[in-house]
Design a protein around this ligand. Structure first.
Ligand SMILES: *Cc1c(COP(=O)(O)O)cnc(C)c1O
Length: 476
Protein backbone atom coordinates (compact mmCIF):
# COMPACT_ATOMS: atom_id res chain seq x y z
CA UNK A 1 0.00 0.00 0.00
CA UNK A 2 2.71 2.41 1.05
CA UNK A 3 4.68 1.26 -1.95
CA UNK A 4 1.91 2.12 -4.35
CA UNK A 5 1.42 5.52 -2.81
CA UNK A 6 5.06 6.48 -2.71
CA UNK A 7 6.20 5.29 -6.11
CA UNK A 8 2.89 5.12 -7.99
CA UNK A 9 3.61 1.39 -8.39
CA UNK A 10 7.01 2.03 -9.93
CA UNK A 11 9.93 -0.30 -9.36
CA UNK A 12 13.59 0.63 -9.03
CA UNK A 13 16.48 -1.08 -10.81
CA UNK A 14 17.26 -2.97 -7.60
CA UNK A 15 13.80 -4.61 -7.71
CA UNK A 16 14.45 -6.31 -11.04
CA UNK A 17 14.55 -10.09 -10.57
CA UNK A 18 17.74 -11.99 -11.27
CA UNK A 19 18.25 -14.11 -14.38
CA UNK A 20 18.65 -17.23 -12.22
CA UNK A 21 15.43 -16.64 -10.35
CA UNK A 22 13.53 -16.21 -13.61
CA UNK A 23 15.07 -19.32 -15.16
CA UNK A 24 13.76 -21.34 -12.23
CA UNK A 25 10.33 -19.72 -12.27
CA UNK A 26 7.38 -21.89 -13.19
CA UNK A 27 6.23 -19.25 -15.71
CA UNK A 28 9.36 -19.73 -17.85
CA UNK A 29 8.94 -23.52 -18.21
CA UNK A 30 6.97 -23.43 -21.48
CA UNK A 31 9.43 -21.05 -23.16
CA UNK A 32 12.36 -23.26 -22.05
CA UNK A 33 10.61 -26.35 -23.38
CA UNK A 34 9.89 -24.74 -26.75
CA UNK A 35 12.96 -22.65 -27.45
CA UNK A 36 15.70 -24.14 -25.27
CA UNK A 37 17.90 -22.61 -22.62
CA UNK A 38 20.31 -20.81 -24.95
CA UNK A 39 17.65 -18.71 -26.63
CA UNK A 40 15.66 -18.13 -23.44
CA UNK A 41 18.73 -16.87 -21.58
CA UNK A 42 19.56 -14.49 -24.43
CA UNK A 43 15.98 -13.22 -24.62
CA UNK A 44 15.77 -12.79 -20.84
CA UNK A 45 19.03 -10.82 -20.84
CA UNK A 46 17.61 -8.48 -23.48
CA UNK A 47 14.37 -8.07 -21.52
CA UNK A 48 16.12 -7.42 -18.20
CA UNK A 49 18.49 -4.96 -19.81
CA UNK A 50 15.56 -3.00 -21.22
CA UNK A 51 13.85 -3.03 -17.81
CA UNK A 52 17.02 -1.80 -16.14
CA UNK A 53 17.34 1.10 -18.57
CA UNK A 54 13.75 2.15 -18.03
CA UNK A 55 14.04 1.77 -14.24
CA UNK A 56 17.05 4.10 -14.23
CA UNK A 57 15.26 6.51 -16.55
CA UNK A 58 12.34 6.95 -14.23
CA UNK A 59 10.80 3.64 -13.32
CA UNK A 60 8.97 0.60 -14.55
CA UNK A 61 5.45 -0.38 -13.42
CA UNK A 62 5.92 -3.11 -10.84
CA UNK A 63 3.68 -5.62 -12.57
CA UNK A 64 6.06 -5.70 -15.54
CA UNK A 65 8.64 -7.37 -13.26
CA UNK A 66 6.42 -10.37 -12.44
CA UNK A 67 7.87 -13.62 -13.67
CA UNK A 68 4.63 -14.18 -15.59
CA UNK A 69 4.97 -10.84 -17.37
CA UNK A 70 8.63 -11.42 -18.19
CA UNK A 71 7.77 -14.91 -19.44
CA UNK A 72 4.98 -13.59 -21.67
CA UNK A 73 7.25 -11.00 -23.28
CA UNK A 74 10.08 -13.48 -23.70
CA UNK A 75 7.84 -16.11 -25.28
CA UNK A 76 6.27 -13.58 -27.62
CA UNK A 77 9.68 -12.35 -28.76
CA UNK A 78 11.00 -15.88 -29.27
CA UNK A 79 7.83 -17.08 -31.01
CA UNK A 80 8.05 -14.11 -33.33
CA UNK A 81 11.71 -14.79 -34.13
CA UNK A 82 10.89 -18.45 -34.80
CA UNK A 83 8.27 -17.56 -37.44
CA UNK A 84 9.39 -18.88 -40.81
CA UNK A 85 10.53 -16.11 -43.14
CA UNK A 86 9.40 -18.06 -46.19
CA UNK A 87 5.65 -18.24 -45.84
CA UNK A 88 2.66 -19.41 -47.82
CA UNK A 89 0.59 -16.58 -49.30
CA UNK A 90 -2.56 -16.31 -51.39
CA UNK A 91 -1.57 -15.16 -54.86
CA UNK A 92 -4.51 -13.01 -55.93
CA UNK A 93 -2.34 -10.78 -58.12
CA UNK A 94 -3.81 -12.20 -61.30
CA UNK A 95 -0.36 -13.33 -62.45
CA UNK A 96 -0.36 -17.11 -62.29
CA UNK A 97 3.38 -17.70 -62.72
CA UNK A 98 4.51 -14.88 -60.44
CA UNK A 99 8.28 -14.81 -60.13
CA UNK A 100 8.19 -12.93 -56.81
CA UNK A 101 5.71 -15.44 -55.40
CA UNK A 102 7.65 -18.52 -56.42
CA UNK A 103 6.30 -19.30 -59.92
CA UNK A 104 4.84 -22.76 -60.54
CA UNK A 105 3.05 -24.71 -57.79
CA UNK A 106 3.89 -28.37 -57.79
CA UNK A 107 1.37 -31.18 -58.15
CA UNK A 108 0.85 -33.66 -55.30
CA UNK A 109 2.93 -36.34 -57.01
CA UNK A 110 5.95 -34.02 -56.96
CA UNK A 111 5.36 -33.10 -53.33
CA UNK A 112 5.31 -36.76 -52.29
CA UNK A 113 8.47 -37.44 -54.28
CA UNK A 114 10.32 -34.49 -52.71
CA UNK A 115 9.28 -35.65 -49.25
CA UNK A 116 10.68 -39.11 -49.98
CA UNK A 117 13.94 -37.68 -51.27
CA UNK A 118 14.22 -35.42 -48.22
CA UNK A 119 13.77 -38.15 -45.67
CA UNK A 120 15.30 -41.22 -47.24
CA UNK A 121 18.50 -42.10 -49.08
CA UNK A 122 17.89 -42.32 -52.82
CA UNK A 123 19.70 -43.54 -55.94
CA UNK A 124 20.72 -40.02 -56.95
CA UNK A 125 23.98 -41.11 -58.53
CA UNK A 126 23.74 -44.84 -58.09
CA UNK A 127 22.88 -47.23 -60.89
CA UNK A 128 20.47 -49.77 -59.44
CA UNK A 129 20.96 -52.14 -62.41
CA UNK A 130 24.72 -52.46 -62.19
CA UNK A 131 25.40 -51.36 -58.63
CA UNK A 132 27.92 -48.91 -60.03
CA UNK A 133 28.07 -45.16 -60.01
CA UNK A 134 25.26 -43.40 -61.86
CA UNK A 135 24.72 -39.97 -63.38
CA UNK A 136 22.01 -37.82 -61.82
CA UNK A 137 20.88 -36.73 -65.28
CA UNK A 138 19.93 -40.36 -66.01
CA UNK A 139 16.90 -39.89 -63.78
CA UNK A 140 15.20 -37.55 -66.23
CA UNK A 141 17.00 -37.45 -69.56
CA UNK A 142 14.99 -40.29 -71.16
CA UNK A 143 11.77 -38.59 -70.21
CA UNK A 144 12.92 -35.25 -71.56
CA UNK A 145 13.96 -36.85 -74.85
CA UNK A 146 10.65 -38.68 -75.13
CA UNK A 147 8.69 -35.47 -74.51
CA UNK A 148 10.71 -33.21 -76.81
CA UNK A 149 12.00 -35.46 -79.58
CA UNK A 150 15.57 -34.48 -78.68
CA UNK A 151 18.50 -36.92 -78.76
CA UNK A 152 19.87 -35.96 -75.38
CA UNK A 153 19.15 -33.77 -72.37
CA UNK A 154 20.64 -32.37 -69.21
CA UNK A 155 19.48 -30.17 -66.37
CA UNK A 156 20.94 -27.31 -64.32
CA UNK A 157 19.79 -24.88 -61.65
CA UNK A 158 17.70 -22.54 -63.83
CA UNK A 159 17.40 -21.36 -67.39
CA UNK A 160 19.84 -18.50 -66.85
CA UNK A 161 22.39 -21.16 -65.85
CA UNK A 162 21.45 -23.27 -68.87
CA UNK A 163 22.16 -20.34 -71.22
CA UNK A 164 25.42 -19.50 -69.45
CA UNK A 165 26.58 -23.11 -69.61
CA UNK A 166 25.56 -23.55 -73.23
CA UNK A 167 27.42 -20.41 -74.31
CA UNK A 168 30.54 -21.21 -72.32
CA UNK A 169 30.67 -24.81 -73.49
CA UNK A 170 30.04 -24.08 -77.17
CA UNK A 171 31.15 -20.50 -77.79
CA UNK A 172 33.99 -19.57 -75.41
CA UNK A 173 36.05 -16.83 -77.10
CA UNK A 174 34.00 -17.16 -80.25
CA UNK A 175 31.13 -15.27 -81.86
CA UNK A 176 27.43 -15.80 -81.24
CA UNK A 177 25.09 -14.21 -83.74
CA UNK A 178 21.83 -12.85 -82.29
CA UNK A 179 19.16 -10.56 -83.70
CA UNK A 180 19.02 -7.08 -82.11
CA UNK A 181 15.29 -7.63 -81.61
CA UNK A 182 16.06 -10.51 -79.26
CA UNK A 183 18.61 -8.92 -76.92
CA UNK A 184 16.18 -9.06 -74.04
CA UNK A 185 16.33 -8.40 -70.36
CA UNK A 186 14.26 -10.81 -68.29
CA UNK A 187 13.26 -9.82 -64.76
CA UNK A 188 15.88 -10.20 -62.05
CA UNK A 189 18.81 -8.91 -64.12
CA UNK A 190 19.08 -11.62 -66.74
CA UNK A 191 20.32 -9.82 -69.84
CA UNK A 192 21.46 -11.68 -72.89
CA UNK A 193 24.47 -9.37 -73.58
CA UNK A 194 25.67 -9.68 -69.96
CA UNK A 195 25.31 -13.46 -69.82
CA UNK A 196 27.12 -13.67 -73.14
CA UNK A 197 30.07 -11.70 -71.71
CA UNK A 198 30.21 -13.77 -68.52
CA UNK A 199 30.18 -16.93 -70.61
CA UNK A 200 33.21 -15.67 -72.54
CA UNK A 201 31.31 -15.48 -75.81
CA UNK A 202 31.33 -12.50 -78.14
CA UNK A 203 27.95 -11.15 -79.09
CA UNK A 204 27.47 -10.28 -82.73
CA UNK A 205 24.26 -8.28 -83.09
CA UNK A 206 22.48 -8.41 -86.40
CA UNK A 207 19.48 -6.64 -87.91
CA UNK A 208 17.65 -3.85 -86.14
CA UNK A 209 15.34 -3.71 -83.14
CA UNK A 210 12.24 -4.27 -85.21
CA UNK A 211 13.50 -6.07 -88.31
CA UNK A 212 16.03 -8.79 -88.90
CA UNK A 213 16.40 -10.65 -92.21
CA UNK A 214 18.00 -13.94 -93.16
CA UNK A 215 20.74 -12.04 -95.00
CA UNK A 216 21.66 -10.27 -91.74
CA UNK A 217 22.52 -13.61 -90.15
CA UNK A 218 24.27 -14.84 -93.27
CA UNK A 219 26.48 -11.77 -93.58
CA UNK A 220 27.51 -11.99 -89.93
CA UNK A 221 28.88 -15.52 -90.16
CA UNK A 222 32.68 -15.63 -90.18
CA UNK A 223 35.56 -17.88 -89.17
CA UNK A 224 35.04 -17.13 -85.45
CA UNK A 225 31.31 -17.85 -85.41
CA UNK A 226 30.34 -20.55 -82.92
CA UNK A 227 26.57 -20.56 -83.38
CA UNK A 228 23.46 -18.71 -84.45
CA UNK A 229 21.21 -18.13 -81.48
CA UNK A 230 17.57 -17.19 -81.10
CA UNK A 231 16.07 -15.86 -77.88
CA UNK A 232 12.38 -15.90 -77.01
CA UNK A 233 11.24 -12.33 -76.43
CA UNK A 234 9.28 -13.53 -73.41
CA UNK A 235 8.25 -10.39 -71.59
CA UNK A 236 7.76 -8.01 -74.47
CA UNK A 237 6.37 -8.01 -77.96
CA UNK A 238 7.69 -6.43 -81.13
CA UNK A 239 4.68 -5.32 -83.11
CA UNK A 240 4.02 -3.11 -86.12
CA UNK A 241 6.59 -2.97 -88.93
CA UNK A 242 8.50 -6.06 -87.91
CA UNK A 243 10.36 -8.97 -89.39
CA UNK A 244 12.15 -11.81 -87.71
CA UNK A 245 13.61 -15.01 -89.02
CA UNK A 246 12.03 -18.19 -87.71
CA UNK A 247 13.87 -21.09 -86.09
CA UNK A 248 13.64 -23.24 -89.23
CA UNK A 249 15.29 -20.59 -91.40
CA UNK A 250 17.96 -19.71 -88.85
CA UNK A 251 18.71 -23.42 -88.44
CA UNK A 252 18.97 -23.89 -92.22
CA UNK A 253 21.39 -20.95 -92.48
CA UNK A 254 23.48 -22.30 -89.60
CA UNK A 255 23.56 -25.85 -90.95
CA UNK A 256 24.58 -24.67 -94.43
CA UNK A 257 27.74 -23.29 -92.77
CA UNK A 258 28.27 -26.25 -90.47
CA UNK A 259 27.19 -24.35 -87.36
CA UNK A 260 24.66 -25.19 -84.65
CA UNK A 261 21.48 -23.17 -84.16
CA UNK A 262 20.47 -22.72 -80.55
CA UNK A 263 17.29 -21.35 -79.00
CA UNK A 264 16.68 -19.91 -75.54
CA UNK A 265 12.99 -20.68 -75.45
CA UNK A 266 12.39 -19.14 -72.02
CA UNK A 267 9.18 -20.61 -70.75
CA UNK A 268 9.35 -23.65 -72.95
CA UNK A 269 6.10 -25.52 -72.99
CA UNK A 270 5.97 -29.24 -73.73
CA UNK A 271 2.43 -29.35 -75.11
CA UNK A 272 0.32 -27.40 -77.56
CA UNK A 273 -1.48 -24.97 -75.28
CA UNK A 274 -4.17 -24.15 -77.81
CA UNK A 275 -5.83 -27.51 -77.04
CA UNK A 276 -6.59 -26.03 -73.61
CA UNK A 277 -7.90 -22.77 -75.02
CA UNK A 278 -4.65 -20.96 -74.20
CA UNK A 279 -2.61 -18.82 -76.58
CA UNK A 280 -0.23 -20.46 -79.05
CA UNK A 281 3.34 -20.87 -77.87
CA UNK A 282 5.99 -22.86 -79.77
CA UNK A 283 6.65 -26.12 -77.98
CA UNK A 284 10.11 -27.50 -77.32
CA UNK A 285 9.30 -30.41 -79.66
CA UNK A 286 8.33 -28.02 -82.49
CA UNK A 287 11.52 -26.05 -81.96
CA UNK A 288 13.65 -29.20 -82.14
CA UNK A 289 11.69 -30.41 -85.16
CA UNK A 290 12.26 -27.04 -86.88
CA UNK A 291 15.98 -27.76 -86.72
CA UNK A 292 17.25 -26.26 -83.47
CA UNK A 293 20.35 -28.14 -82.34
CA UNK A 294 19.98 -27.09 -78.73
CA UNK A 295 17.06 -25.61 -76.80
CA UNK A 296 17.11 -24.24 -73.25
CA UNK A 297 14.06 -23.53 -71.09
CA UNK A 298 12.90 -23.09 -67.50
CA UNK A 299 11.44 -25.80 -65.29
CA UNK A 300 9.17 -23.53 -63.24
CA UNK A 301 7.42 -21.48 -65.89
CA UNK A 302 4.84 -23.04 -68.23
CA UNK A 303 6.32 -26.49 -67.64
CA UNK A 304 4.88 -26.31 -64.13
CA UNK A 305 7.77 -27.93 -62.27
CA UNK A 306 10.55 -26.88 -59.88
CA UNK A 307 13.12 -24.19 -60.60
CA UNK A 308 15.48 -25.75 -63.12
CA UNK A 309 17.11 -25.09 -66.47
CA UNK A 310 16.64 -27.76 -69.08
CA UNK A 311 18.91 -28.25 -72.07
CA UNK A 312 17.81 -30.61 -74.82
CA UNK A 313 19.23 -31.27 -78.27
CA UNK A 314 21.97 -33.00 -80.24
CA UNK A 315 23.80 -35.72 -78.34
CA UNK A 316 27.29 -34.46 -79.26
CA UNK A 317 26.49 -30.96 -78.01
CA UNK A 318 24.94 -32.20 -74.77
CA UNK A 319 28.02 -34.39 -74.23
CA UNK A 320 30.26 -31.36 -74.59
CA UNK A 321 28.08 -29.37 -72.21
CA UNK A 322 28.16 -32.11 -69.60
CA UNK A 323 31.97 -32.16 -69.70
CA UNK A 324 32.20 -28.43 -68.97
CA UNK A 325 33.23 -27.70 -65.35
CA UNK A 326 30.41 -25.16 -65.07
CA UNK A 327 27.94 -28.03 -65.34
CA UNK A 328 29.21 -29.31 -61.99
CA UNK A 329 28.93 -25.84 -60.47
CA UNK A 330 25.40 -25.35 -61.77
CA UNK A 331 24.06 -28.84 -61.18
CA UNK A 332 20.71 -29.40 -59.51
CA UNK A 333 20.17 -31.00 -56.12
CA UNK A 334 18.16 -34.13 -55.45
CA UNK A 335 15.08 -32.15 -54.44
CA UNK A 336 14.89 -30.58 -57.87
CA UNK A 337 15.18 -33.94 -59.59
CA UNK A 338 12.68 -35.47 -57.19
CA UNK A 339 10.18 -32.75 -58.11
CA UNK A 340 10.94 -32.69 -61.82
CA UNK A 341 10.53 -36.38 -62.59
CA UNK A 342 6.86 -36.76 -61.54
CA UNK A 343 5.99 -33.49 -63.31
CA UNK A 344 7.51 -34.79 -66.55
CA UNK A 345 5.67 -38.09 -66.02
CA UNK A 346 2.36 -36.20 -66.01
CA UNK A 347 3.05 -35.06 -69.57
CA UNK A 348 2.90 -38.70 -70.72
CA UNK A 349 -0.86 -38.59 -70.22
CA UNK A 350 -1.89 -35.32 -71.84
CA UNK A 351 -5.58 -36.24 -71.33
CA UNK A 352 -5.22 -35.63 -67.60
CA UNK A 353 -2.75 -32.77 -67.75
CA UNK A 354 -5.24 -29.91 -67.28
CA UNK A 355 -6.46 -31.58 -64.10
CA UNK A 356 -3.21 -32.88 -62.63
CA UNK A 357 -0.63 -30.26 -63.49
CA UNK A 358 -1.33 -27.45 -61.04
CA UNK A 359 -0.09 -24.65 -63.29
CA UNK A 360 -2.24 -25.77 -66.17
CA UNK A 361 -5.24 -26.33 -63.90
CA UNK A 362 -4.96 -22.72 -62.71
CA UNK A 363 -4.43 -21.37 -66.21
CA UNK A 364 -7.51 -23.20 -67.48
CA UNK A 365 -9.72 -22.72 -64.42
CA UNK A 366 -13.15 -22.08 -65.91
CA UNK A 367 -15.13 -18.92 -65.40
CA UNK A 368 -18.05 -21.04 -64.19
CA UNK A 369 -15.92 -21.82 -61.09
CA UNK A 370 -14.33 -18.41 -60.56
CA UNK A 371 -17.38 -16.18 -60.96
CA UNK A 372 -19.60 -17.87 -58.32
CA UNK A 373 -16.61 -17.94 -56.01
CA UNK A 374 -16.22 -14.18 -56.41
CA UNK A 375 -19.88 -13.76 -55.58
CA UNK A 376 -19.54 -16.00 -52.50
CA UNK A 377 -16.49 -14.12 -51.24
CA UNK A 378 -17.79 -10.61 -51.92
CA UNK A 379 -19.75 -10.48 -48.65
CA UNK A 380 -16.91 -12.09 -46.70
CA UNK A 381 -14.44 -9.42 -47.77
CA UNK A 382 -16.99 -6.61 -47.41
CA UNK A 383 -17.57 -7.63 -43.80
CA UNK A 384 -13.84 -7.94 -43.08
CA UNK A 385 -12.97 -4.64 -44.75
CA UNK A 386 -15.76 -2.72 -43.00
CA UNK A 387 -18.13 0.02 -44.14
CA UNK A 388 -15.38 2.32 -45.43
CA UNK A 389 -14.96 0.11 -48.46
CA UNK A 390 -17.21 -1.04 -51.28
CA UNK A 391 -16.53 -4.54 -52.57
CA UNK A 392 -17.77 -5.74 -55.95
CA UNK A 393 -17.48 -9.04 -57.79
CA UNK A 394 -16.23 -8.09 -61.25
CA UNK A 395 -14.71 -9.63 -64.37
CA UNK A 396 -11.00 -9.04 -64.83
CA UNK A 397 -8.04 -10.46 -66.74
CA UNK A 398 -5.30 -12.73 -65.45
CA UNK A 399 -1.85 -13.03 -66.95
CA UNK A 400 0.17 -16.18 -67.39
CA UNK A 401 3.30 -14.44 -66.13
CA UNK A 402 7.01 -15.24 -66.07
CA UNK A 403 7.53 -13.85 -69.50
CA UNK A 404 5.27 -16.35 -71.17
CA UNK A 405 3.00 -14.76 -73.72
CA UNK A 406 3.16 -11.25 -72.25
CA UNK A 407 0.30 -9.67 -74.13
CA UNK A 408 -2.24 -12.44 -73.85
CA UNK A 409 -4.78 -12.21 -71.09
CA UNK A 410 -7.07 -14.81 -69.60
CA UNK A 411 -10.64 -13.79 -68.75
CA UNK A 412 -11.11 -14.16 -65.01
CA UNK A 413 -13.22 -12.95 -62.12
CA UNK A 414 -12.48 -11.45 -58.75
CA UNK A 415 -13.12 -8.70 -56.25
CA UNK A 416 -12.59 -4.99 -56.74
CA UNK A 417 -12.42 -2.96 -53.55
CA UNK A 418 -12.89 0.80 -53.64
CA UNK A 419 -12.79 3.34 -50.84
CA UNK A 420 -16.38 4.35 -50.05
CA UNK A 421 -15.59 7.55 -48.16
CA UNK A 422 -14.88 10.96 -49.58
CA UNK A 423 -11.42 12.21 -50.39
CA UNK A 424 -8.48 10.53 -52.01
CA UNK A 425 -8.63 6.75 -51.88
CA UNK A 426 -4.88 6.05 -52.12
CA UNK A 427 -4.03 5.94 -48.42
CA UNK A 428 -7.14 3.91 -47.57
CA UNK A 429 -6.44 1.33 -50.25
CA UNK A 430 -2.84 1.08 -49.09
CA UNK A 431 -4.11 0.48 -45.56
CA UNK A 432 -6.41 -2.34 -46.62
CA UNK A 433 -3.70 -3.82 -48.81
CA UNK A 434 -1.37 -3.79 -45.78
CA UNK A 435 -3.98 -5.41 -43.52
CA UNK A 436 -4.52 -8.21 -46.01
CA UNK A 437 -0.76 -8.63 -46.35
CA UNK A 438 -0.41 -8.96 -42.56
CA UNK A 439 -2.89 -11.82 -42.21
CA UNK A 440 -1.51 -15.18 -40.97
CA UNK A 441 -1.56 -16.33 -44.59
CA UNK A 442 -0.94 -13.02 -46.37
CA UNK A 443 -3.35 -12.13 -49.17
CA UNK A 444 -1.53 -10.47 -52.06
CA UNK A 445 -3.56 -8.40 -54.51
CA UNK A 446 -2.70 -5.36 -56.55
CA UNK A 447 -3.73 -1.73 -56.52
CA UNK A 448 -4.54 -0.04 -59.81
CA UNK A 449 -6.99 2.63 -60.98
CA UNK A 450 -8.10 3.57 -57.45
CA UNK A 451 -9.11 0.04 -56.54
CA UNK A 452 -7.61 -3.01 -54.86
CA UNK A 453 -8.01 -5.99 -57.21
CA UNK A 454 -8.12 -9.56 -55.98
CA UNK A 455 -8.14 -12.01 -58.89
CA UNK A 456 -9.57 -15.32 -57.66
CA UNK A 457 -8.18 -17.53 -60.43
CA UNK A 458 -5.49 -18.95 -58.13
CA UNK A 459 -7.74 -19.49 -55.10
CA UNK A 460 -8.78 -23.05 -55.75
CA UNK A 461 -12.00 -24.31 -54.20
CA UNK A 462 -10.15 -26.53 -51.74
CA UNK A 463 -8.42 -23.45 -50.26
CA UNK A 464 -11.55 -21.34 -50.00
CA UNK A 465 -12.62 -22.38 -46.48
CA UNK A 466 -9.24 -21.47 -44.97
CA UNK A 467 -9.24 -18.21 -46.91
CA UNK A 468 -12.68 -17.32 -45.61
CA UNK A 469 -11.83 -18.35 -42.03
CA UNK A 470 -9.08 -15.77 -41.65
CA UNK A 471 -11.45 -13.04 -42.88
CA UNK A 472 -14.16 -13.97 -40.37
CA UNK A 473 -13.38 -11.00 -38.11
CA UNK A 474 -13.23 -7.41 -39.30
CA UNK A 475 -9.63 -6.49 -40.17
CA UNK A 476 -8.03 -4.48 -37.40
C1 LIG B 1 12.72 -16.67 -67.96
C2 LIG B 1 13.74 -16.63 -69.02
C3 LIG B 1 15.09 -16.83 -68.72
C4 LIG B 1 15.55 -17.08 -67.32
O1 LIG B 1 15.07 -18.29 -66.85
P1 LIG B 1 15.21 -18.67 -65.29
O2 LIG B 1 14.71 -20.06 -65.22
O3 LIG B 1 14.38 -17.68 -64.56
O4 LIG B 1 16.64 -18.55 -64.94
C5 LIG B 1 16.00 -16.81 -69.75
N1 LIG B 1 15.61 -16.57 -71.01
C6 LIG B 1 14.31 -16.35 -71.34
C7 LIG B 1 13.97 -16.10 -72.77
C8 LIG B 1 13.33 -16.38 -70.35
O5 LIG B 1 12.05 -16.18 -70.67
Amino acid sequence: MADQLSGAGLAAASDIPSLDRLLNAEALRPALATHGRTQVVAALRRDLEALRKRALDGGVPRHELDAAAVAARTSAALDQAAQPRLRAVYNLTGTVLHTNLGRALLPDEAVASVLRALTSPANLEFDLDTGGRGDRDDLIDDLLCELTGAEAATVVNNNAAAVLLMLNALADRRDVVVSRGELVEIGGAFRIPDIMKRAGAKLVEVGTTNRTHAADYENAIGPRTAMLMKVHCSNYAVTGFTKSVGVADVAALAHARGLPATVDLGSGTLVDLTQFGLPKEDTVRETIAAGADLVTFSGDKLLGGPQAGLLVGRADLIRKIKKNPLKRALRVGKLTLAALEPVLQLYRAPEFLAQRLTTLRLLTRPMRDIQPQAERLRGVLAHAAGPSYAVEAVPMFSQIGSGALPIDQLPSYGLAVRYAGSGRPGRHLDRLETQLRRLPVPVIGRIADDALWLDLRCLEDRDEAAFTAQLAEPLA
